[in-house]
Design a protein around this ligand. Structure first.
Ligand code: ZN
Length: 128
């Protein structure tokens, strides 16, 4: 397993980590299989979505904020919207690997999703 560490810069932010994941894949030494990208945090997630138009990221953030309003939540830490946003995005993605490369669609990129930043975060990558 490999660990990537990234620094986030905003409270809510979608960061394209496709190149970093691809580089980590090379270090794992598998040419065919499945790559697990797992986020070991409760207020950050991971998604695969369009990377060509940065507006898609902004729209995703806007929609996630809208469906997780700051209500009177019971969680004392005060970051329940971030926990809910993480539950909605999920904590892992699986990506097929062939000939040492990630098999992603033309417009697909892997995005680390920060929901309670800025922080230093980890990404765990395991080849299957
Ligand atoms: Zn919390």
């Amino acid at each position: 397993m490999k660990q990537l560490t990234i620094k986030t810069h905003a409270e809510i932010e979608l960061i394209d980590v496709t190149d970093e994941v691809q580089a980590a894949l090379k270090g794992l030494g598998i040419s065919d299989g499945i790559l697990l990208v797992f986020i070991p945090h409760t207020t950050a997630g991971v998604i695969i979505n369009e990377g060509a138009d940065p507006a898609v990221r902004e729209d995703l953030i806007q929609a996630l904020k809208r469906i997780t309003p700051d209500l009177h939540y019971r969680h004392m830490e005060g970051n329940s919207p971030a926990h809910i946003q993480t539950a909605l995005t999920g904590s892992s993605v699986l990506i097929p690997v062939e000939k040492g490369g990630l098999c992603l669609g033309t417009w697909q990129r892997i995005f680390f999703c920060e929901f309670d930043g800025p922080r230093t975060r980890n990404i765990w990558i395991k080849a299957i």
